[in-house]
Design a protein around this ligand. Structure first.
Ligand SMILES: Cc1cc2nc3c(=O)[nH]c(=O)nc-3n(C[C@H](O)[C@H](O)[C@H](O)COP(=O)(O)OP(=O)(O)OC[C@H]3O[C@@H](n4cnc5c(N)ncnc54)[C@H](O)[C@@H]3O)c2cc1C
Length: 490
């Protein structure tokens, strides 16, 4: 980064070059780009904790994420953050095999192309089809080499021989085998389609697009739709098909993972990499202008530019007129069990969609640091209208469904915590503009997942775009930050 020092100087009365409102992923990432460019930055966070929707609660030796915290393992945006060394410090714990679709008494492994043996699978495995594991530490773990091996993992349901489900529960039928073969071929095609081609496709609601993409209706309905609903947080599948294609492609190419230690590991690492004193907790912004940010109890922070990095609803309170999207509500429930109901670190998706559970996983099998050594942590996600049910009745219904999905009694499971967020995921119906403007006027900017794509990757991407606009308006060079084309193609 080259800086014209004459143009970066600020006045004596300002507290920082840039004041950022909100210490979620977007605000912290923007702070990295701007401090990396030599600017003085203050980040104001209303809460006592940083991380926003990626916070983790510590309860009785367990680490409970407030959101699902599922990350796509290939994070070009993360690797692009300056001066962080995240590649060596952030450990990601992979789900293997990619996902297990539970339908009837069967369990079908999908999504992990590394498990295939065909030409496309080999190419993806060997990274010949594009950027793989882009700079993010990906600990070696169980990677099935064949469908048979993945099915063996599925058979670990019930914690092993003699406990929980019998092997019969995971047998596959001929039609399952056909569905899986068709799905694998479709996934391989999608994985090898350049992102630009996907962005150029006609945009439909994702559910409608499924029926015109060449997959038999049964394969689309039973296998792809529930998986997409889980990836997008949208059980109705009204999300733009472009967004859905890109999400599915990311899942197939690199799989899903959890940050070791909880979702908050990522914002905590980001905050720790900023100059000391940059982040001020417990400071709520009440007004924002290009030359200063007013707060509830801490006066006004003078600046040369202000960047609002809150969720859409809070941003609209500070910037009246800003568009507020619809949201997908999400509830996450965490249970403690004495025995693991399944030993595979896999994402279990309810392909029958009987509700209320959309997807669930044995969090302590994926990331052992999330539970006490003597207990098992099971995390489950509820989407759609059921997510707004009160915790008591919802827990009862969730336990009943988990007993079916894992094939074991859940009567003695203990509810450790539940977190409901009515504004968890900004909706992205077609047509979706994934690059909403981040510059309001010279000196006033806005970023966050609602400006880009819902989810951590969108939050980071919007932060980088906003940082580029700030640097341009300051007359600074943006080399090193403005790598839009390269990242977009990833
Ligand atoms: C329950 C749940 C489920 C989710 N599911 C998924 C999923 O399945 N897949 C996926 O990809 N993503 C999911 N997400 C979304 C993902 O967590 C977010 O996209 C991402 O964390 C957004 O980051 P952000 O920085 O844009 O906003 P936020 O994380 O919301 O950060 C905004 C910050 O601004 C602060 N703030 C607000 N107002 C003020 C103010 N006036 N003054 C000072 N500070 C203020 C807030 O306290 C907060 O810390 C989920 C989130 C939740 C909660």
């Amino acid at each position: 980064m080259h800086i014209s020092s004459a143009r970066t100087r600020r006045t004596d009365t300002s507290d920082a070059d840039v004041v950022i409102v909100g210490a979620g992923l977007a605000g912290l990432a923007a702070a990295h780009h701007l401090t990396g460019a030599g600017l003085e930055v203050v980040v104001l966070e209303a809460g006592r904790e940083i991380g926003g929707r990626m916070a983790t609660d510590h309860v009785d030796g367990f680490r409970l994420d407030r959101g699902p915290g599922l990350l796509c393992a290939d994070w070009p945006e993360l690797a692009g953050l300056p001066g962080l060394g995240l590649a060596s410090t952030l450990a990601l714990r992979p789900f293997t095999p990619g996902a297990l679709l539970r339908t009837g008494d069967r369990c079908l492994p999908v999504g992990d192309l590394r498990a295939g043996t065909g030409r496309h699978a080999r190419a993806v495995r060997q990274g010949r089809e594009g950027r793989q594991g882009h700079g993010v530490a990906y600990p070696s773990a169980y990677h099935p080499r064949s469908t048979k091996q993945a099915l063996n993992a599925a058979r670990s349901f019930g914690g092993g021989r003699g406990r929980g489900r019998t092997p019969r529960a995971t047998r596959t039928t001929m039609s399952d085998a056909l569905d899986l073969a068709l799905l694998r071929a479709g996934f391989a095609r999608l994985a090898n389609t350049p992102a630009e081609r996907l962005r150029a496709r006609a945009e439909l609601p994702a559910g409608e697009a499924l029926s015109v993409r060449g997959l038999p209706a049964r394969t689309a309905d039973t296998l792809v739709a529930p998986l997409l609903a889980a990836l997008l947080g949208d059980p109705e599948l009204r999300t733009s098909s472009r967004v859905a294609d890109l999400a599915l492609r990311g899942f197939i190419r690199s799989g899903l993972c959890l940050p070791a230690g909880g979702a908050s590991t990522l914002p905590e690492l980001l905050a720790a990499g900023l100059p000391p004193g940059t982040v001020r907790r417990g400071v709520r912004a009440t007004s924002v202008a290009a030359n200063g940010v007013g707060t509830a109890d801490h006066g006004t922070f003078g600046c040369r530019a202000a960047l609002i990095a809150t969720g859409a609803g809070d941003a609209a309170l500070l910037l009246p007129g800003l568009r507020v999207p619809d949201y997908h509500p999400v509830t996450v429930l965490h249970h403690a069990a004495d025995e693991p109901p399944m030993s595979a670190p896999a994402l279990v998706v309810d392909a029958d969609r009987r509700g209320p559970v959309s997807h669930t996983w044995v969090a302590s099998a994926v990331d052992p640091s999330r539970a006490r050594p003597d207990r098992t942590l099971v995390t489950s996600v509820v989407l759609g209208p059921a997510a707004t049910d009160p915790t008591g009745p919802l827990d009862k219904a969730v336990r009943a469904r988990l007993a079916d999905l894992y094939g074991t009694s859940t009567d003695r499971w203990e509810l450790l915590g539940g977190h409901h967020d009515p504004r968890a995921v900004p909706a992205m119906p077609a047509p979706h503009d994934g690059r909403r403007p981040v510059r309001v006027l010279c000196g006033l900017y806005v970023c966050g997942d609602h400006r880009d794509a819902s989810g951590p990757q969108g939050a980071l991407s919007s932060a980088r775009r906003a940082a580029v606009e700030v640097l341009r308006d300051f007359g600074l060079r943006t080399a090193g930050v403005d790598e839009d084309e390269e990242l977009a193609a990833a």
